[in-house]
Write a protein that binds this ligand. Sequence first.
Ligand code: IVH
Length: 693
Amino acid sequence: MTQEVYDGTIFVNPTIFVLNKFQRMNPQEAQQRISFLTDELNRHNHLYYVESNPVISDFEFDQLLRELQDLETQFPDLASPLSPTKRVGGDITKKFETVVHRFPMLSLSNSYSEEEIIDWEQRLKKAVESPIEYVCELKYDGVAIGIRYINGQFDRAVTRGDGTQGEDVSANVKTIRTIPLSLKGNYPDDFEIRGEIFFPKANFEAMNRQREEIGEQVFANPRNSASGTLKSQDSKVVAERGLDCFLYGVYGDDLPFESHLESVNGAKEWGFKAPLEKEKYIIKTNSIEGIMDFIHYWDKARYDLPFDIDGIVIKVNNYIQQQDLGFTAKSPRWAIAYKFKAERVETVLETVTYQVGRTGAITPVANLTPVLLGGTVVKRASVHNADQIEKLDLHEGDTVYVEKGGEIIPKIIGVNLEKRAGSAKQVVFIDNCPECDTLLVRREGEVQHYCPNDQVCPPQVKGRMEHFISRKAMNIDGLGAETIDLLYQKGLARTVADLYDLTFDQVVNLDRMADKSANNLLLGIQASKAIAFERVLFALGIRFVGETIAKKLAAALKNIDAIAAATFEELVAVDEIGDKIALAVQQYFADERAQETITRLKIAGLQFEIEEAVLDSNALEGKTFVVSGVFSQFSRDEIKSLIEKNGGKNVGSISAKTSYVLAGENMGPAKLEKASSLGVPIISEADFVKMLG
Ligand code: IVH
């Protein structure tokens, strides 16, 4: 492989650095550049994720990150474990180390009624003589984390565990962009910050959509998923899922604060994402009325938040008053949680219907008499699978309790048996596919039923085509779910390969098609033939092969034939591919119908191998070059590119192993001397051109 080295001297402006990939930095220059890039990336990360105020484009950010990654590869000794490059994950934790908490991680005492809050506040007033200020904040519904910082550097992040000891999940926590790796401002030398790691609703939904797309079971709620994700052994998984964190307390000896609110604002100055007063995420009040207003406000507004909360927390602000109040065995006396009641309503279960997904998975859906819940009208609820129906012992016409807890889709949590009619018919999970009547199967160890008639069952056939044409797959302009449905109805498309046989006459005769739209559709299909192999592989809809896995497979095995022929061992040797995916890939290619589709798509001209740089010749194979000075016929970069295109390698500095020094004008005397002393031939531009033949 070509050794890429960098010129540390060309700056366009202090932020964006133009790479000249073929000149070497010395370690000192590299150290300087690494520390500059680290500071810049940390600053832009904070502006983007914490302040939502980016000042450079994503592209520019990626350029800086890539430069740092390259420098760290080149100078591994200079790579810091706290480098911003750690944000993308990659570190694997085989076993999480147990760590004893310096300050035990207590819990809050919970209350479920306003009366309990009123009683608590009365008790405090009796126990404390001076007037009390309270801070009210949100009770984030996630997983508690304690992060220690030493001299402003992230030291380690530990889960709550049993409150006395937890697990070191540092590699995973470092990927959460709102958690700073290095602090700014005037921070204490050694302290711990505590907060809640959670799954923002949008990221949770995006993850579930992706899982659905590749036939994985979706996760039920953001809280449990956040907790599961944080325990992932592969930090890359955590980085991809997009967890977030709010901080709610600073712990340490000799903290520079007198109150809780000061500490929250202080943490903000050091770079943490702390709740903002302007968003009403945190307030200070000195009255029970103020506390109640906060509770009432968020009881309604909580549904509009971009993350889940399960209550609010009220804390005594002043640290001395906190100390005076002290702790019970389990929780502080100076704080209390008010938990929102999961809003629950009664409504009638009219029917249970069943949906068939692209992968044949059957999802039961409870159709309800519409009812207002959590600010929206609810008509459907999820009942997940056959076991759930049985457990709830659902009967048609039942009056059911529906709840909107952490879950995005409301769920039935029970039946009001008093209202059940004697004649009510029990809901029994279907035996046959509602779409094609095939007998359903339930694979061993799985909770979901599947329709195995994948080649004929309409939603599966159409679903595969819809996936194939979707934006992240073949991205076929002018073709959508409606047209797929029409093509299917008319018998014009039953597999994705049929799309490439469509003619203008066939398309223009479809409902609502005019000449122009028919042309656009055919042009879109034509253009998709240029789509890169990894996307074609994703588009095929192989179970568990999402975008990332498709990329990994394509990069490792290069073409479809190699993937189809790969042994189980060869497949699991590919980065991020485990037993389950390897099996699914083998199953897919073992199916003759899949083979036929691929053959037809190959004939149609789709890309089935990765595009690799094509060599112009092998004239320079096995030769290494140091290029120096100014040339007349070509620029230096052009010369370097010619070397690579003809099978040679560029290196940065002259050694005994260098084949040639290609000298232009103004080549430095030191290089000339070194080449001569090592006996490395020095050639001119003309000699080089001759070599190329
Ligand atoms: S203060 C002494 N503030 O709720 C306990 N906790 O049982 C100090 N939580 O799992 C905790 N939001 O992680 C505090 N604004 C908030 C919180 C909060 C969520 C969690 C915490 C713990 C549980 C308390």
